[in-house]
Design a protein around this ligand. Structure first.
Ligand SMILES: Nc1ncnc2c1ncn2[C@@H]1O[C@H](COP(=O)(O)OP(=O)(O)OP(=O)(O)O)[C@@H](O)[C@H]1O
Ligand SMILES: [Mg+2]
Length: 366
């Protein structure tokens, strides 16, 4: 194998296992990426952070035994460091710092990693606040003094309190002001486990907010999200960049909360709908899902992100649509779950991810 070959890497803990009739091979998503990479004349390597020997600038990686047949068996070989990396380690490991060393080494060696570390919930708001994309932002504040938060909640009637570093809907809490001066406080998935449905007086709520404020939290105006058959819906919009670095829509996926649910996250009891099914359900109630507006919002924010972080290549937005049909930005996920994608979307995303890796390898952006 000549050393001028373009090599790109997927960093994951989901490595090929077992024999089986086709021999050991990685999951279908990575095999598809390898197919697209091979079409572009590049070799795709699959490995975990521990497989890299940085001082020797080489990696013990899985590669297709036959470069032109990534659907066949794979084998483990030593290869020089790839010229671009896709960091695909599970979000729960990544947030615990499992990929920090890898990222630092990649930086030192001038290897671009997609995605780079992207802004958290609060930083995203700060990035968008002073642009014309601010129109998509629900009013949001850093949670500090409980009295201040309670005055927002009273003014808005419904508010969401959520951890800044959260994922999977954990800790996301809805607070509604009741006419009797008390508050209804609901969460589907508490950090300590289980759900919560409580009524609180102002004094109890203030104490509860003070406890939350010990770690970084936001307090955000509650959106009147559209409902389908009485259940709240929001939208995951997945976008990827391919060869030329242009953002493309991979899919718009409605997510429906459980009845009286706070969040739509699958891990918290939410349900994924096909867009066609969502549109049909909406039509039955005389509602319209503004798909073009959702796509426009996702692409515009994605462009802003990649202008600041040139190696951003895959994003999953959570967007809301309110009763009036207006689109809102809820959050951006730098590691969107593939579970929400249908098989056609997965195929497209895998191809684009491989293309973007080759694009990064060729342009050498860090
Ligand atoms: N301001 C809001 N108004 C209405 N619903 C909201 C609001 N903020 C969050 N939600 C609901 O809660 C869900 C979870 O919120 P968010 O996406 O911000 O949190 P998360 O825990 O980071 O989830 P993820 O796993 O997508 O990162 C949203 O998908 C949405 O259904
Ligand atoms: Mg979310």
């Amino acid at each position: 194998m000549s050393d001028s070959m373009v090599r790109v890497g997927v960093v994951t803990t989901v490595l090929p296992r077992g024999g089986g009739p086709s021999g050991a091979r990685p999951v279908a998503y990575f095999r598809r990426m390898a197919v697209r990479a091979a079409e572009l004349g590049a070799e795709l390597l699959v490995f975990s952070p521990e497989d890299v020997d940085w001082p020797a600038r080489r990696v013990h990686a899985w590669v297709p035994a036959d470069l032109d047949r990534p659907e066949g068996p794979w084998r483990r070989v030593w290869r020089p460091l790839p010229q671009a990396l896709y960091e695909n380690v599970f979000v729960h490991l990544a947030v615990r710092g499992y990929t920090r060393g890898l990222r630092a080494q990649a930086r030192r060696n001038g290897i671009p990693v997609f995605n780079p570390v992207l802004p958290n919930k609060w930083q995203m708001f700060r990035w968008l606040r002073r642009t014309d994309l601010a129109r998509y932002l629900p009013e949001t504040h850093w949670l500090t003094a409980p009295a201040q938060a309670i005055s927002y909640i009273r003014a808005w009637r419904t508010a969401f309190v959520k951890p800044v570093g959260g994922y999977g809907g954990t800790g996301v809490t809805r607070i509604e002001a009741s006419r009797d001066g008390r508050f209804r406080v609901c969460a589907d998935r508490l950090r300590e486990g289980g759900a919560m449905r409580r009524r609180m007086t102002e004094r109890v709520l203030a104490a509860w907010l003070a406890r939350r404020a010990r770690t970084p939290h936001l307090v955000q105006r509650g959106l009147a999200l559209i409902t389908l058959a009485g259940r709240k819906v929001d939208f995951r919009v997945v976008v990827c960049r391919g060869l030329g670095g242009k953002w493309r829509i991979v899919g718009v996926i409605p997510k429906r909360a459980p009845r009286d649910g706070v969040v739509t996250n699958l891990v918290a009891g939410g349900e994924r709908l096909d867009l066609a099914r969502g549109r049909a359900l909406a039509a039955r109630e005389g509602k319209v899902i503004p798909v073009a507006d959702l796509e426009e919002c996702a692409l515009a924010i994605a462009k802003l992100i990649s202008a600041r972080r040139p190696s951003a290549g895959l994003l999953g937005f959570d967007l809301g649509v309110d009763d009036a049909g207006r689109v809102w930005f809820i959050e951006m996920n730098p590691k969107p779950s593939r579970l929400l994608l249908d098989s056609e979307m997965k195929r497209m995303a895998a191809r684009l991810n491989a293309e973007f890796l080759v694009h990064l390898a060729r342009t050498g952006r860090v």
